[in-house]
Write a protein that binds this ligand. Sequence first.
Ligand SMILES: Cc1cc2nc3c(=O)[nH]c(=O)nc-3n(C[C@H](O)[C@H](O)[C@H](O)COP(=O)(O)OP(=O)(O)OC[C@H]3O[C@@H](n4cnc5c(N)ncnc54)[C@H](O)[C@@H]3O)c2cc1C
Length: 199
Amino acid sequence: MTGVRTTRGRIAAGKVALAAAGHSSVLASMAGLRLPLQSHPLQALVSELLEPVHPTVVMSNAVHVYVSQAHKGELVMGAGIDSYNGYGQRGAFHILERQMAAALELFPVFARAHLLRTWAGTVDVTPDASPIVGLTPVENLYLNCGWGTGGFKATPGVGWCYAHTIATGAPHPYNAPFTLDRFTTGALVDEHGAAAVAH
Ligand SMILES: Cc1cc2nc3c(=O)[nH]c(=O)nc-3n(C[C@H](O)[C@H](O)[C@H](O)COP(=O)(O)OP(=O)(O)OC[C@H]3O[C@@H](n4cnc5c(N)ncnc54)[C@H](O)[C@@H]3O)c2cc1C
C-alpha cells in the first residue's frame, strides 16, 4: 500500500488505515482483500418531545427493543439489524413496526407518542460478532472494522490501540486476538451473546 486515490486527488502514504465501518469491504476489495463482513442497515427512531417520564434506559432481549428518553424529551428507540444486506442508510418499515410493537408491550402508555424521525446507518457484521483490528495480508494496510451494532463505546479505547498498531506495525496486546486471520485459523472470539442485545 503506497497511498490512496480520493475525489480530491492522490495522497501518498507509507501506511494506510481503514476505518470505514459498513463500507470497509468495498474499500478493502480495491486492495484485493476480501473481508468476512456483511453490511446491514441498523435503524433507530425518536418520538416527538415529551415531558420527562422515563429516566432510565430499558432494553429487552425478550421482545427486542431498547427505549430511553433524551434530555430534550424524545423517546429514543431501536432494536437489531435489518436482516438483509445493504448499503442504503434507511431500513425497512416493518422493522420499525416491530420495534414499536415491542416498546408498547413494555410501555403501553407510549401508544400515544408520535414517531418523529427514523434513520439508519450501515453496520459491519463479522461471523463471530467481534471486531477486526490489526494488520492485513496487504503490506502497510491496517484494518479496524466489524464493530457491528456496538462500536460507540469502544471507539476511544480502540482508537488508541489502533494508533499503537499502526505506529509500531504490531498489534497492541488488547487487540492482538482480534486479527483478520482468526477466520481462517478458527481462533474466533464469539460475542454473539453480547452483540445480540441493544447496548
Ligand atoms: C442506528 C444506530 C444505532 C447504534 N447504536 C449503538 C449503540 O447504542 N451503542 C454502540 O456502542 N454502538 C451503536 N451503534 C454502532 C456504532 O455507531 C458503530 O459501531 C460505530 O460508529 C463504528 O465506528 P467506526 O469508527 O468503525 O465507523 P463510523 O463511525 O461508521 O465511521 C466510518 C466513517 O467512514 C467514512 N467512509 C465510508 N466510506 C468511505 C470512503 N469510501 N471514503 C472515505 N470515508 C468513508 C464514513 O463517512 C464514516 O465517517 C449504532 C449504529 C447505528 C447505525
